[in-house]
Structure formats: C-alpha cells, structure tokens
Design a binder for this molecule. Structure first.
Ligand SMILES: Cc1cc2nc3c(=O)[nH]c(=O)nc-3n(C[C@H](O)[C@H](O)[C@H](O)COP(=O)(O)OP(=O)(O)OC[C@H]3O[C@@H](n4cnc5c(N)ncnc54)[C@H](O)[C@@H]3O)c2cc1C
Length: 500
C-alpha cells in the first residue's frame, strides 16, 4: 500500500493550494481529482474555435507587485504568481437598468465616489459618508478579525463591534435613499449570493475594499492556467497527483483518519486528509457510520446549501466594439429589488432580474481568436428547482431560461443574437455533475449573516480530517485559494508537533 503524510481529495482551488503548500513544506502528499483536469470551477473548455472560461469573472485580492494583496503574496510563496500574465481591470463594473440607469464605477476610491455623486448629486453627503464608513469599518475588521489583535475591545474597535453582524441593507438605508443608488453600490451581493438584507456588512465591506484597493483581475488564457500552474508547482516539489481518480472512502481506525480508498478500490495510507469535497459528501458518504458525529451534522444543519449558476458561454463572430460593448463587467438588472432577485434565484421559470455579462476581450484582446469575442452571461440559481426536472424535459428547461436571458441582452445590445457563433449552457445540474457539490453549489453554504466566519469554522471533530474550499472558507476564488493554504499550514503544524 502506498503511504503518504497527507492525501488531498479534490483539485479545486482549495485542494490545489492545500496540496501545493504541503509539498512546499516537504510533506509527502497525494492529490486526487475525479475529473480529468485540475481546477473544479477554475477550469476552461473548448467549443469550436473558442476556449471558454468556466467561472472567473473578477479575481479579488491580487494587487500588483508593488502593492500586493493577500492572494498575490500567497501565490508568490508557491512560486506561481510570476507564471501567469495578469490582466488588471480599470473599472469595477457597469450597472444597467434599461431606461433608468447606466453607470460605470472605476476601481479606485475617488473615481467610485465621484461617479456615484455625478449620477446622484442630491445624495452627495450620504455617498461620501457611506464610503467613508466602509473604509473605516473594514480597517477595523483587518485589525480585530484578520490580524487577531489580542487587545480587541469595543473601545479600540467601535465600528467592528457595532456593525460586524449588521445587515448591509440596514446600513445602506441609513445613508442612501434612491433604490437605483443602493443597487449601484451593492450589486456585488451576487458575488456571494446574499442580498443586502442577508449580507453581513463585514462581507460587503470586504468585497468593496478588496476590489477597489487590489483591483479586479483576469488571467490571460483563463483560470485553467492558474490551476495548471498550481499542479506544476506541486509536482515540482515532489507531490503525486492522480486525475480521473475519485476518493471513495476515508479510512479510519483507533479514533482517527488512517488513509483513503480510491474509486478503484485501491487503498493508500495517510494520517491526514484534507477534503476539498463538500462536508456532506466527505462526512456523509465517505466516513464509516461510527465516525459520523451527530454534533457535526447538527452544526451543518444550521446552514443551507448555497446557490449554483445558470451560465451561457457565448462566442461572437465579431469584435465586441462592433456591438458597442465597452465594459468587461456588466450587471444587467431589469428591476432594482435585490430581495426579489434573490427569491428569483429559487425559481426556474422567472423573467431574469439580475444577470452578469462579462466580455473578456475588453480587458484582454486575446481572450478569443482575432475578430471574435468571448462572453459569459451568468445568473445565480439555486439547484433545488432543477433537481425536480424530469429528464425528458431537461433539454427544454435548459434552453428556455437562456432564451429569456438573451432577450434581455438583445434589448440592450441590438444584433447580439445574430452574432452568436458558439454557445454552451451550464445549469446547476452541470455544476453538480462536474463539481460533485450538493445541488451544484458553487459557493458552498449560503453566506448569510448567520453563516459568518466570525462564528468560527466547521470542525468534523475527527483527528486527521480537515477541509479546504468554499464550504469552510466561503465561496469565490480568493477565499477558496486562501483556505487551502490555511488548511495545509494547520496540518503541517500538527505533523511538526508530532515529529518534535
Ligand atoms: C459560473 C461561475 C462563476 C463564478 N464567478 C466567480 C468570480 O467571478 N469570482 C470569484 O471569485 N469566484 C467566482 N466563482 C466561484 C468560484 O469559482 C468557486 O467558489 C471556487 O472556485 C470553488 O472552489 P473550491 O475550492 O470550493 O472547489 P470546487 O471548484 O468546488 O472543486 C472541488 C473539486 O473537488 C473534486 N471532487 C469532489 N469530490 C471528489 C472526490 N470524491 N474525489 C476526488 N475529487 C473530488 C471535484 O471534481 C472538483 O474538482 C464562480 C463560479 C462559477 C461556477
């Protein structure tokens, strides 16, 4: 039987950084992935002459070499940051509510503030005070939460104690009036799938702060390039990786993890396992009954499964400029009610309320062959309603919603449909199949206030078993990539302690 210090199950973002970090520390590590390529969500696929990015619309936390964000520092430590050509975006996003608002917000504090004031001059004071609060509050979050200040107190961090678990809508209502303005400043709610009423101000401020200060990024050739670079770094440092090789069972004995059984039935021994699969799959399907701790399942029961996505991957046969597309990141909203948009995420046959149209070529002209354009049009959707679609109707449902999305886009960009050369559709069931996540969740559990990381992480309570990825660190590239590093460091520390 092959023997390892650690087995990592799953080569999504969290699994990849966990494995690369362990190998860098000299630990004998095996990485298992059931798919034939690394990345999980962070992959690409080809149709016709296009290579489509599956997931990444905007990467947070990178920064540039002279002002590195936390993610760049981490990728640097793994030796992969310089392997990638980073594409910085100059604007955060454009928000369009047809006939009512069209605003583009630059990725710098002054530009962001000025653009809002220009559009909503009567709310100048409220806008300035709101953005000021976001910055002052998040500076306190960094000290109190991220730096774990031992002298934390309400006196030292008054805003943190007052607002950390307040919902974003309550605070926005204090400072801003116009529903269009509220939509413009909080449209990023869809990046975590929690509307302002359910979104902790900490999470909101973190997004605005991270994207403004460290800028949003893409990578040339898409996020597959990062996944590949992480695997290369892992192999270079002595790691073993097996693709098309799922983990079937986590082996246990004498109260702890002892190894992993592969889908083939082969067993490998290891005292530590980091799982990038969901805790439901990991603990519910891979562990023997006697190791399925009731208190852990009760703890999980306090959470709900987060959203998946419905995405149209579109290759246009013309340059984006020909259709008047000028921004990379475009939120298209048919109404301003974000609570309603969240409710619509639980439906299959609603009219689209909020979509994200990303045109990769605006910031990276090489995102598709010369004279063409790569577009991703995405709408968050919970997986539940898709699970009840009878197989013989799946095809109809799959295309019906996409057709509605394209109608909205056509209204905004006349001629769009006629230029579609390639199109592929991903529904929550597609993500379920490729990621092995319950209901195709792409962000792990819902990220409502009650799920805030301030309350601590999920602990399966089984010596040797750790998690990495969206289910424990929150969804999105930056959190999942960082969570793998944290899990690996925790395991490495344990091993060092054991070995003296
Ligand atoms: C359409 C879309 C758009 C998105 N847009 C953005 C964005 O713009 N910005 C952003 O930051 N984030 C975005 N995200 C979210 C982000 O991509 C995910 O939250 C993140 O990549 C999830 O990473 P993860 O580590 O949890 O692993 P996952 O991506 O869930 O991967 C888990 C891996 O584990 C493997 N696995 C599961 N079970 C087993 C098993 N038994 N044995 C072996 N392997 C197993 C799976 O095959 C998979 O490869 C988007 C996601 C999607 C789908």
């Amino acid at each position: 039987m092959d023997s390892y210090d650690v087995v990592v199950i799953g080569a999504g973002n969290g699994g990849l950084t966990a494995a690369a970090t362990l190998a860098k520390q000299g630990l004998k590590t095996l990485l298992l992935e059931r798919h034939n390529i690394p990345g999980g969500c962070a992959t690409s696929f080809c149709r016709g002459r296009f290579e489509f990015e599956v997931a990444l619309h905007q990467l947070s936390g990178m920064g540039n070499p002279s002002f590195p964000g936390p993610l760049r520092s981490m990728l640097d430590s793994l030796g992969v940051a310089d392997e990638i050509e980073w594409v910085e975006m100059r604007n955060l996003y454009r928000v369009v509510v047809p006939g009512k608002m069209d605003i583009t917000l630059p990725a710098n504090r002054k530009g962001f503030t000025d653009a809002l004031i220009e559009k909503f001059p009567k709310e100048k004071e409220g806008i300035e005070a709101f953005i000021d609060l976001v910055y002052k509050f998040f500076t306190e979050v960094i000290g109190a939460f991220y730096m774990r200040d031992p002298e934390i107190s309400p006196l030292k961090y008054p805003l943190y104690f007052k607002y950390a678990l307040t919902d974003t809508r309550t605070i926005m209502d204090e400072y801003l009036k116009d529903p269009l303005l509220k939509l413009a400043v909080s449209v990023y709610w869809s990046y975590v799938g929690a509307p302002p009423r359910l979104l902790a101000f900490t999470e909101y401020a973190a997004m605005i702060f991270a994207y403004i200060e460290f800028k949003p990024y893409h990578m040339k050739h898409g996020s597959q390039i990062l996944s590949n670079a992480l695997v290369d770094s892992f192999i270079k440092d002595g790691g073993d990786v097996r693709f098309s090789c799922g983990a079937k069972k986590i082996l246990t004995g004498q109260g702890r993890v002892t190894g992993v059984m592969l889908d083939s039935g082969e067993e490998v021994s290891a005292p530590y396992v980091i799982s990038n699969a969901s805790p439901m799959v990991t603990c519910g399907e891979m562990l023997d009954k006697e190791y399925q701790r009731e208190d852990f399942f009760r703890q999980m029961g306090g959470h709900t499964i987060g959203p998946s996505a419905y995405t149209l991957y579109i290759g246009l046969d013309c340059p984006h400029g020909e259709l008047g597309i000028t921004e990379t990141t475009n939120f298209i909203c048919t109404h301003t009610d974000m609570e309603r948009s969240h409710t619509e995420m639980k439906m299959r046959d609603n009219e689209p309320g909020q979509m994200l149209l990303t045109c990769y070529n605006v910031s990276d002209p090489d995102a598709s062959p010369p004279g063409t354009t790569q577009i991703a049009l995405v709408d968050l959707k919970y997986g539940e309603p898709w699970l009840s679609v009878p197989p013989h109707q799946y095809y109809d449902y799959k295309y019906l919603y996409g057709d509605k999305m394209l109608n909205v886009v056509e209204g905004l960009i006349p001629g769009f449909r006629a230029h579609i050369e390639e199109m592929e559709v991903a529904t929550p069931l597609t993500h379920m199949r490729y990621l092995n996540t319950p209901a195709g969740s792409i962000y792990g559990f819902d990220q409502f206030i009650r799920d805030s990381h301030i309350f601590g992480a999920l602990d399966p309570g089984i010596p040797g078993l750790y998690f990495a990825g969206a289910w424990v660190g929150g969804g999105g590239f930056q959190p999942t990539l960082m969570s793998g590093g944290s899990a690996a460091r925790a395991v490495a520390k344990k091993i060092r302690q054991e070995r003296g």
